[in-house]
Design a protein around this ligand. Sequence first.
Ligand code: GTP
Ligand code: MG
Length: 213
Amino acid sequence: MDILWQYQFRIILLGDSTVGKSSLLKRFTDGVYSDVADPTVGVDFYARSLDIEPGVKIKLQLWDTAGQERFRSITTSYYRNSVGGLLVFDLTNRKTFDHVREWHREVSEHILPHHMVYILVGHKSDLSRERKVSRDEAEQLAAELGVRYVETSAKCNSNVERAFELLTRDIYELMKMGEISTRDGWDGVKSGLTAKVLYPAEEEAEREKSCNC
Ligand SMILES: Nc1nc2c(ncn2[C@@H]2O[C@H](COP(=O)(O)OP(=O)(O)OP(=O)(O)O)[C@@H](O)[C@H]2O)c(=O)[nH]1
Ligand SMILES: [Mg+2]
């Protein structure tokens, strides 16, 4: 029996327009980066698997939301079915950092009585000379919100893998402790898609077994 994935986590990217959510996802899923990026219209979907520990593969369904206000009614409908969220701000744009609390509050209130696991992401770390938010301030906000903090750059491929992996591990640990579990009518976490992979010799044997002639 070959395992395709044991668990599927739905993760959502949140934050103001132009902070770099789509760029982070393209780097993480396709390994590419472009200085020219169109704003996301509504919601986009990406996927990638992570081997979280030997024999445990987790499929991540990644929802990329538009940061522009005019798409908010579409994006809010994706909050409820997500188990994890990246709260992304641009290290060179102070306003996007100031808005993180609002994003956190809006999403958390929307999914009550359920909770989401978040990670705070300070993005565009390659632009160090244009930095407007210090690491200390960001770490303080992360501590207040009770979440991890990581600084990333899609351009230089810095910490992108780490951000997704840390969040996935946190969700996985909570799941192992029983604090997160699959539940009916909720797509945040799904378990167990396995597939029987037959090799040519086995295939022949199977065919013979099932053939009555
Ligand atoms: N220097 C630098 N620029 C980046 C980085 N990531 C993204 N950008 C640039 O920032 C701009 C906006 O990036 P997007 O990924 O489209 O931003 P977004 O958050 O998806 O925006 P919306 O879809 O409108 O919500 C683009 O010009 C990117 O090239 C990075 O790591 N470093
Ligand atoms: Mg986008």
